[in-house]
Structures are given as C-alpha cells and as structure tokens.
Design a protein around this ligand. Structure first.
Ligand code: BEZ
Ligand code: FE
Length: 310
C-alpha cells in the first residue's frame, strides 16, 4: 500500500505519524463522520467526488498540521478570489491554472488518440462571435506586432482532410495585451475562418510574444509570495471544430522562447512547439502582400482532430 492509498477499512488517507495514537483516533473519527455524512447521497458520482474530496482535504490539513492562522489566511484568500471574480474576470480559473489543475483536468480528459493534436489550457481571453475572415485574411486588425503568416491543414486521424472545419484564433498584441484588456471595445488579434475544400487554412496573425497572466489580484499576490513568475510562454490560441470530431482547444508555442520551461500555467507540450521562421524585410510574402520595409515570420501548424466516436 502506498502512502496515499486510503485504508480499505476507513477510507482515510494516512495522516502524519507524529501525533499520539489517541490524537490520531480523534482525527480519524472526524473524517469517518464526514465521510458517512454523504452516505445518503443518491447520485453515486457526486458521492464519490465528495467523499474523495473529504479524504484529500483532511489528508492535506493533517499532512501540514494546518494552523488556525493559516486556515484563516486561506479563507481570506479564497474570499478575495471570489470578490475579484465577475463576468469578465475569472480568478478561480486562474487559480486552477497556476496550480496545474486545469492542465491536469485536460490531461485526464484528453488521453492521446493516435496522432490527434494535443490540447492545452483554454485561458480567459476567448470571445464568442469573433469576426469572420477569408482564408488568407488578417486577424491582427489594428493590433501592433510583427506580421506572421500561419498555414496548415485540418485532418482526421486517418489523414482525411476536413474541409469547412471551423478555426477560431486569438492572441495578444506585441505589448502583451488581448483586445478585451483595453477599455475601448476594440476587436483585434482574433477571428474565425474555415478550412478550404482541401482542408487547408492560412491567415496573417502576429508573431506571438510573452506576456503575464492577469496578476493584479490575489492569484498574482500568491505567485509573488512564493517567488513565481506570472509569465506565459509566447503562444497563439486555436479552437478547431468539425462535425463528428472532438473540438480541439489548444495553442502553438514559439520554438526557442526562453519561457517554454517556465509557463506559469504549465500549458506547454513539446508537440505544440513550432518553428516561427523569421523573414527579413523584402522577402516575398506567400500571398504577395506588400509589407514594405517590415520583417515578418511564418509558421505551419497541421491539425489532426479525433473523432467523437474514439
Ligand atoms: C492565456 O493564455 O492567455 C491565459 C491562460 C491561462 C491563464 C491566463 C491567461
Ligand atoms: Fe493566451
């Protein structure tokens, strides 16, 4: 039996053995009482979740021998997380993200299927009804940054193209801000488009740059207190859907970015790290667009969707 395995007898995760037998008995009796309080739950899944949560909460408290001052600090922290959360700011998701809980939930629910593209964290900056662009159009709008040509294919796991697949893309500008973080209602750095008859897509975006997660709230304070950076590795978000296919939420990252190892929400997967090839000023563009004396970049992201029946 490993240290974290509940005993069959009590369903209690072992506590720290530094306490007396009498003290341990008190602590374990409390856990048993709480576990039994869910006995009449009619929904078996809800019962399983609540009893497992109970075991893990009590195990944590006993493991660190949580003081009452620390318990109070935790309540104050969670209260602050609640107070700053509204329909635009979701500090609880941010909290889940920086604990890796969002990525662990994604991992548990997206077991690798053949060569299907891997998923990663959704993030808080997706917006419904982003503008439609033609294949080859520009998602940047007025957002500042280096133009970046992005192209690729959308296929199923048997290699069949998925014409008409819907591709949502969104990204921060070179100052590290999404359009929704400005106060002027601008829409930039986001769009949707559809794969063409051959299942291919292409668009102009911006070369991704690193930026911090919103860190002016309790989660930012927590990161600072523990000496962690709020920075995310440079990335470009995708959400790709097609009939009978699992919707893919992912991003691509920039090979060579120093933050790949330190992404504060643990979102980086090696398969999602892509070459963004720098093109000096004057290099002809794939669609003949005249960029004057500006440099630009290009990348390729071939997307593979898993079927909903796998
Ligand atoms: C983002 O990708 O923008 C993001 C993801 C998780 C938390 C905060 C921001
Ligand atoms: Fe992002």
């Amino acid at each position: 039996m490993t240290e974290q395995t509940p005993t069959i007898e009590t369903g209690i995760l072992p506590g720290t053995p530094t306490t007396s037998g009498e003290q341990q008995a008190v602590e374990e009796q409390l856990i048993r009482n709480v576990l039994h309080s869910f006995d009449n739950c009619q929904d078996p899944r809800l019962k399983q979740i609540m009893q497992s949560l109970t075991r893990h909460i009590h195990s944590f408290i006993r493991d660190v021998r949580l003081t009452e001052a620390e318990w109070n600090a935790a309540i104050e922290f969670l209260t602050a997380v609640g107070h700053i959360t509204d329909d635009k700011r979701q500090e609880f998701i941010l909290l889940s993200d920086v604990f890796g809980a969002s990525m662990q939930t994604i991992a548990v629910n997206n077991e690798k299927i053949a060569d299907a593209t891997e998923a990663t964290v959704f993030g808080p900056f997706f917006v419904e009804d982003a503008p439609l662009i033609e294949n080859g159009g520009d998602i940047a709008g007025a957002a500042p940054g280096q133009p970046c040509w992005v192209e690729g294919s959308v296929k199923d796991t048997n290699g069949n193209p998925l014409p008409g697949a819907r591709i949502e893309v969104w990204e921060a500008d070179e100052d590290g801000f999404y359009d929704v973080q400005y106060t002027d209602q601008r829409v930039s750095g986001r769009a949707h488009l559809f794969a063409d008859a051959d299942g291919n897509y292409r668009f102009w975006g911006l070369t991704p740059t690193p930026y911090p997660i919103p860190h002016d709230g309790p989660v930012g304070q927590m990161l600072e207190a523990v000496g962690r950076s709020p920075m995310r590795a440079s990335h470009l978000h995708f959400m790709v859907s097609a009939p009978h296919m699992r919707t893919l939420v992912t991003h691509i990252f920039v090979r060579g970015d120093e933050l790949l190892k330190y992404d504060t929400v643990f979102g980086v997967k090696e398969s999602l790290v892509k070459d963004f090839e720098q093109q000096p000023p004057g290099t002809p563009t794939p669609d003949g667009r005249d960029l004057g004396d500006r440099s630009w970049a290009r990348t390729r992201f071939d997307i593979v969707l898993a079927s909903t029946s796998t």
